[in-house]
Design a protein around this ligand. Structure first.
Ligand code: 5RP
Length: 270
């Protein structure tokens, strides 16, 4: 378990920059992720983990990659269906192990009609994770109710996920985020959420989350919907792994935008 977890949360810094590209499992061909391989390939060298479904893994990720896989194993609802929260486990643990997943991920929907079902999914997955030494990432999803992203709600959902046995939790950044961290005894990573207006906003989000105790990000749209995704992910790495300030990250981003040259050796990322 620790060995797999430390592939993702790097022991050298205790932090991680995970690349989230699992959006298609409920959103279909999301903007700038229409052709997953094209989006993923240039970003992989700078990712400490790739969060995706087995379908994207099979079709769009080179099996020779050494980037740890965080396999999304829940689904069953879509943005055009009746409810986004009605999820089940869609991928077997056997398949997760077959594809050499370093962790498995599922969403829980606390406070919705499918709260019980998705928490039971988490319990089942943790039992299997314990059997095989595979960490489970619980995503405290909010469905369409983005306004739910406050410390009271996220604090409740994160703590519940940890109590049921999630080994790490993905949540949203919010005001009083430190309270969410304090109440959650396992590592927290933050999602970026929908694309923010500027890159600076995304740097601020990552910086505040790290400053308040997150171990990293599991970021999607704010990286690959940026005009310069490769520069963007490297600037985010500066914040996460080197505790860079927002201003420093912005400088790195602007510099890489101009030169297009990699800031770090590609192999350094993992
Ligand atoms: C959906 C997810 C996504 O991976 C998550 O939202 C992260 O991506 P983004 O930074 O685009 O929000 O888990 O439930």
């Amino acid at each position: 378990m620790q060995n797999r977890l430390s592939r993702i949360i790097k022991p050298s810094t205790g932090r991680t920059v995970m690349l989230a590209v699992d959006h298609g499992y409920f959103m279909g061909p999301t903007h700038k992720l229409e052709e997953p391989r094209k989006t993923i390939e240039p970003l992989l060298p700078y990712s400490d983990g790739i969060m995706c479904t087995r379908g994207v893994l099979r079709t769009s990720v080179d099996p020779k990659t050494s980037v740890p896989i965080v396999l999304r194993v829940s689904g069953g609802a879509s943005i055009v269906g009746g409810s986004l929260t009605n999820e089940t486990i869609t991928t077997s643990f056997r398949d997760a192990i077959r594809v050499n997943a370093s962790a498995v991920a599922l969403s829980i929907f606390v406070g919705t009609p499918h709260e019980h079902q998705t928490l039971a999914n988490l319990g089942k997955l943790v039992n299997l994770g314990e059997d095989y030494g595979v960490p489970v990432l619980a995503v405290t999803a909010v469905g369409k109710e983005l306004e739910k992203r406050d410390a009271r709600y996220l604090g409740l959902a994160c703590r519940m996920a940890a109590e049921i046995g999630a080994h790490f939790v993905k949540t949203y950044y919010c005001e009083d985020f430190a309270k969410v961290v304090k109440g959650c005894p396992v590592p927290l990573v933050v999602a970026g959420g929908p694309k923010l207006e500027t890159e600076l906003d995304a740097f601020e989000l990552a910086h505040e989350a790290i400053a308040e105790g997150a171990v990293g990000v599991d970021m999607g749209r704010n990286i690959w919907q940026s005009e310069h995704p490769v520069a963007m992910i490297q600037a985010i790495r500066e914040i996460v792994h080197k505790s860079a300030s927002v201003r420093e990250a912005q400088r790195v981003y602007e510099e890489l935008k101009k030169t297009g040259s990699p800031l770090i050796a590609k192999t350094q990322a993992h």
